[in-house]
Ligand binder design. Sequence first.
Ligand code: FE2
Length: 203
Amino acid sequence: MPKRELKPLKYKPDSLKGISQKTVEIHHGKLYAGYVSKSNEISEKLGELRRSGKAEGNQTYSELRGLKLGETFAINGVYLHENYFGILGGDGVPRGEIKKAIEKKWGSMEEFQSYFSACGMAARGWAILCWDMHEKELKQYNCDAQNHGGIWGAIPIIAMDVYEHSYFIDTGSDRAAYIKAFFENLNWDKIEELYQKAKNYEL
Ligand SMILES: [Fe+2]
């Protein structure tokens, strides 16, 4: 299997408003990079374990169980962070069909931002605007950890990381200030691109 590779930032780490260079460099260069390298390590170890004939299925503990738990945490960590860093670096001004779709579903962009922000305050890991391929509509889902709470068949459009590492250096325990900054940095052209791709997928 080809190794997963770190996707570089498409903007300067000091260019975000309200999210510092230090936070971006640690978050992207150490934490996200760590998920990329661990996901490769786990995939390699799972392959070795399978080929060795010693893949023991035990639901209390086995090497296989440990690797399988780590696998979903690490790979979701890669995918969600790639969305997160990919949709930042913009001017924060909503536009496109995605804007119309959000307004249709939530009444106005202000209502959506207010609800999404509350969801971000209620989550321990991620608040995510998705395209749900089953229901064929935009949905907001939360997950408390990368491998706890995701919905299969829902494609992340706006993944907001609310783990403390996303903001604690900048705003301390004031997560609401970070969430406000997150919206101010959104790249709505990129979000529109993801929305257009997602809604054309067929299950
Ligand atoms: Fe993160």
